[in-house]
Design a protein around this ligand. Sequence first.
Ligand code: ADP
Ligand code: MG
Length: 616
Amino acid sequence: MSRIKLLPDSVANQIAAGEVVNRPASVVKELMENAVDAGAKTITVNFRDGGRDLIQIKDDGCGMSPQDARMAFERHATSKISSVDDIYALSTFGFRGEALASIAAVSQVEMHTRREDAELGTRINIDGGAYAGQRPVATPKGTQIWIRNLFYNLPARKKFLDKGSTEANHIITEFQRVALAHPEIAFRLWRDDAPVYDLPAGSLHQRVVGIAGKGSAAKFLEVGVTTSLVRISGFTGRPQAARQRCREQFLFVNGRFFRSPFFHKAIVQAYEKLIPQTVQPPYFLYLEIDPEEIDVNVHPQKTEVKFSNASAVWQIINAAVRETLAKSGAVPMMDFDSEERLEIPVLGRGDDYPPTLREPAVVRDRGYNPFTMYDVESPGGEVVERCAAALGEDYGSQVYGASEFEYISSESDASQDIFAARGDEPKAFSAPLNIGEGYAAALYGGVFVAIDLRRAREAVLFDRFVAMLSGGRSATQQLLFPERMALSADDGHLLRDHTAEFSALGFDIREAGEHAFEIHGTPADMPPEALDEVVYGVLDELRDGVFDGDETRTRRLAAVMARTGAGTSTGAARLSPAEVKALLEALAATANPSFTPQGKPVMAGIPIDEIRNRLK
Ligand code: ADP
Ligand code: MG
């Protein structure tokens, strides 16, 4: 007897399904692409429980005849290729006629479809790849398909699905990719019966804004370059739109999303000196290139594309983005080379000279002065008072010298703190001198110091936010004019899921329409201008699962708010003498005036003894 057996079709399909369908999002992608290929003008996607319960796609495309509807679920059934040459001629990719067969092999499928010229449509059911009936049905022109209980017949696989919200995020990402590739088609997305996106057909700019959130229109710059090799169009973020862990980064080639760490670098490098290395710009770039120039892997899960002229394309992308930024007037605010001008030796670290007063300081200037709250005349000054009052204690009376180093990252080193060993008596700053470039000079506990004002502000804010958060009492400053924020759908969901945490932080946020929120109040002491950045920073922390009252986490959150709230060095450079004085008083009152929560030194200095020695 032969030991070789042919696998039954149903098993072969299940195995192949593993390649096409590895999670609910891949089902969504395949079905959306089928609807696009069918010439639909409007495509609606609906899913429940991260797509595990239900994925439903409705289109108004060409529909199928009853025969075609049945054929469509056969492996290698496709209306798109009839000869091998067709595969190479296609400028898009992924057609090989196995998506429907694969999806049907691992779920319960129902499809209703009608061609325009037919009076009645057809309804077909397939269960785990097995045909389960077909009959006429009244249905609108086009196709509607329900995928239920994905992987119900492959429990081992089902087990590996992530929790609903993670799968939902993957679905949203796939939806965004397809929707961004086809602004000429209207798309809607529903999640657990709530609308997520409603994107009318329109221009590419409208689509990008539709995806990135209504408030984003002004964040983008248009890119447009044509060379004999490639045409590049689309949008790239203004430097101010850059964020940590920016996820709005999309590259398309010939109308399909693809992934390319290589070209990603071409874009990010174009922002060199405009943004710090810790943040990244959003971008939506579309390449059009002769299909002969690219090698597209037809594997449906692969989103990589090989370019035969990759380095030339890299240069063109980089130049296109640079040019766009240059035309917009986004130029470095300060020559970075000038930063090392200030060189003050740090005591006891003579072997490490020049000292650590360096940081890619200035990166953007949003045209505001984040320090205004220190202006004693401004209403901001009252905020500090109110905040202190709300905490029921005088900031000035806080404990000195309590070590905060447990929190500080490896970068810091307590031995760097030349002030720590100098006794426990409270120290104060002498009348400071603003020496420009964001630094002030003063005497502090017998040491002649230069203070980085931006970092000083960060240290002050950190202390206050920690006190607020751990005291469970947050002080809110009401905004005169509520600030409106239109978020992307997933940020919107995240914020909605965490309104309680946001109010614990002192935010007064109210929902105002689809993924839009009105901010009526912000944490006291947070410069209102830093609002966007703080909200996004907190959202990023929350996305990482940070926040459950645990102390380190509280401090991480406080650190995010302090960092973003502290503004820029340019802002710091513009402080008035009175503001500098108030800032240093607040700094002296913090638990740890010497370091920022990130462990960066706030000041560097020379003890008077040392000066005396040197002048001997
Ligand atoms: P492929 O898209 O690679 O051809 P699929 O398995 O995804 O393979 O689909 C098989 C065939 O079913 C398609 O070629 C198309 O003729 C038909 N089909 C699938 N979805 C739709 C739809 N939404 N509207 C019309 N026809 C469709
Ligand atoms: Mg297909």
